[in-house]
Design a protein around this ligand. Structure first.
Ligand code: NDP
Ligand code: 8X3
Length: 250
C-alpha cells in the first residue's frame, strides 16, 4: 500500500507544487484548502498517478478540522507525511497603521490553523511511531523586517512550535522539519497586497525568486534521507537574497 501524505493549502504555490511532487514520489494524497474548484482541478491532475482524497477546509475552523482531518476514513487515516503549508501574509504596514482583521487572519491561519491540523494528525503518528511533519515557516520567522510585524510574529511562532513539536514527539520517532523560505514567487504577494497585482509583481523584479517547485524539491530531499536522519530546519533563499532585508537586484 502506498504511504499517505496530507498537504494543507494545496490549491496554490508551494502547497500545490508539493502535492504534485509527493504524488510523483509514490504517495497517496490528501489535499486540503478552501477553494473547491481548484481542489477539483488538482485532484483530476493527481488522480492520473495516485489516489487522492480532496477536503474543502478552512484551517481556521477548529470544529471543521476536527470533524474532517480528525475523523478520516479508515483507509486514509494512517497519514505518514503532513505538510503544514496553509498560510498567508495580509498587509505590509507599520504596526500603528495595521488592520486588526489582517492580524486575525494571519494569526488564526498561520498559528492556530497549523495547531488544529497538527492536533488532528499527530496523535495517530505517535501511536504508529511513524511520521514526518513539515511546517512552512519563513525567513520571516528568523528575522523581523520593517512593516512585517504580525506576519513575522506568526512565523516566529511557527519557529517555536516546530522546536516544541520536535521535542514532544521525540519519544515516538516523529520527525519535524521546518522549511523557512525567502522570496518564492506564488500568490503570496497578491494575497498580502489584497489583490494588487502591480504591487505583487514588484516584489519579484530584478532578481530570480524561488518557485513552488524549488520548495517542493527541498521537502522531497528531506524526505528521501535515511530514516535515522532528520533535517530540523531548512532556510532556503534565492541566490540573490542574503536575508529578509538584503537583495541583490539588477
Ligand atoms: P499561496 O498564496 O500561493 O498559497 C497559499 C495556500 O494556502 C493556498 O493554497 C490557500 O488556499 C491556502 N490557505 C490560505 N488560507 C487558508 C485557510 N484558512 N485554510 C486552508 N487553506 C488556506 O502562497 P505560498 O504558496 O507562497 O504560501 C505557502 C506557505 O509558505 C505559507 O505558509 C507562507 O507563509 C509560506 N511562505 C511563503 C513564502 C513566499 O515567499 N511565497 C516564503 C516563506 C514562507 P485557499 O485560498 O484555496 O484556501
Ligand atoms: C514570506 C517571505 O519576505 O515576507 O515569508 O519573509 S517574506
Amino acid at each position: 500500500m502506498k504511504p499517505i501524505a496530507l498537504v494543507t493549502g494545496a490549491t496554490s504555490g508551494i502547497g500545490r507544487a508539493t502535492a504534485i511532487k509527493l504524488s510523483e514520489m509514490g504517495y497517496r494524497l490528501i489535499i486540503a484548502a478552501r477553494r473547491e474548484d481548484r481542489l477539483n482541478d488538482l485532484k483530476a491532475l493527481l488522480s492520473k498517478t495516485t489516489e487522492v482524497l480532496s477536503i474543502t477546509l478552512d484551517v481556521r475552523d477548529r470544529k471543521a478540522v476536527e470533524e474532517s482531518l480528525g475523523h478520516l476514513p479508515e483507509e486514509w487515516a494512517a497519514v505518514e507525511v503532513l505538510v503544514n503549508n496553509a498560510g498567508l501574509a495580509a498587509g505590509l504596514e507599520p504596526i500603528q497603521d495595521g488592520d486588526p482583521d489582517d492580524w486575525d487572519r494571519m494569526i488564526d491561519t498561520n498559528v492556530k490553523g497549523l495547531l488544529y491540523v497538527t492536533k488532528a494528525i499527530a496523535p495517530g503518528m505517535c501511536s504508529r511511531k511513524k511520521g514526518h511533519i513539515f511546517n512552512l515557516g519563513s525567513i520571516a520567522g528568523k528575522q523581523v523586517y520593517a512593516n512585517g510585524n504580525v506576519y513575522c510574529a506568526s512565523k516566529h511562532a511557527v519557529n517555536a512550535l516546530s522546536q516544541g513539536m520536535r521535542i514532544d514527539m521525540l519519544p515516538y520517532g516523529v520527525k519535524v522539519t521546518q522549511i523557512c523560505p525567502g522570496a518564492v514567487e506564488t500568490e503570496f504577494s497578491l494575497v498580502r497586497f489584497h489583490g494588487d497585482q502591480h504591487k505583487a509583481d514588484n516584489v519579484y523584479t530584478g532578481y530570480e525568486p524561488l518557485t513552488g517547485n524549488d520548495i517542493a524539491d527541498c521537502i522531497a530531499s528531506a524526505l528521501s534521507l535515511p530514516q535515522n536522519i532528520c533535517i530540523n530546519d531548512m532556510v532556503v533563499m534565492p541566490k540573490s537574497q542574503a536575508n529578509s532585508m538584503y537583495f541583490y537586484k539588477q
